[in-house]
Every structure is written in structure tokens, then in C-alpha cells.
Design a protein around this ligand. Structure first.
Ligand SMILES: O=C(O)C[C@H]1C=CC(=O)O1
Length: 96
């Protein structure tokens, strides 16, 4: 199942820089592990914003929910999820 996910990150301004850097490092490793597993298929930075647009390929709504709640930055994010279906006009074999 494919999902389009937008994540807007709002790290509190009073969080110590060292703590923020540590959370971001753990987040990066978590994200890259899921990318290597093929579950986090795409990640794009939204130009000019501390936001990303991602495509997840997971087995269920529950799996996506678990992955998103496991993000180290999750407590500081607004997350928007859209479920995707294959478009009947698509010529791509790899988008379902
Ligand atoms: O930077 C972000 O967009 C937030 C988050 C998502 C993956 C990652 O490494 O950090």
C-alpha cells in the first residue's frame, strides 16, 4: 500500500542544540534503514521549509502508523497522510 506523507517539523526554539542534533542523527538512521528496506520509497525536501514529502510502501495502515509514531522527531511534527491508488492511466510498472 502506497501513502503520500507530508511531515512539517517544528523543533522547539528552546531545545538545546546538542539535543536537537542527537535527535536528528537518530532520525536520519531510522529513516535510512526504512529506505533500505524499501518501506520509505521516496523522501524529498520541500524547498525553503523544514518539511518533507515522502512516499511509503507498507503492508497496512497500522504499519505506517507504527513507523510514523516511531520517528524520533514525531513529537515535533505535524503529519499529513494521503492513501494512494494506482492511476488507471499510469504507464509506470513500479507505482503500485
Ligand atoms: O528532515 C526531515 O524532513 C525530518 C525527518 C525525516 C527524515 C529525516 O531524516 O528527518
Amino acid at each position: 500500500m502506497l501513502f503520500h506523507v507530508r511531515m512539517d517539523v517544528h523543533i522547539p526554539l528552546d531545545m538545546p542544540a546538542e539535543q536537537a542534533a542527537e535527535i536528528k542523527a537518530v532520525e536520519k538512521a531510522y529513516s535510512q534503514d526504512l529506505q533500505r528496506q524499501g518501506k520509505w520509497r521516496h523522501i524529498w525536501r520541500v524547498t525553503g521549509q523544514y518539511s518533507n514529502i515522502s512516499i511509503f510502501d507498507v503492508a497496512s495502515n497500522e504499519e505506517l502508523h507504527t513507523i510514523l509514531q516511531g520517528l524520533p522527531l514525531y513529537p515535533y511534527m505535524d503529519v499529513e497522510v494521503m492513501a494512494l491508488n494506482r492511476h488507471p492511466s499510469s504507464v509506470r510498472d513500479d507505482d503500485s
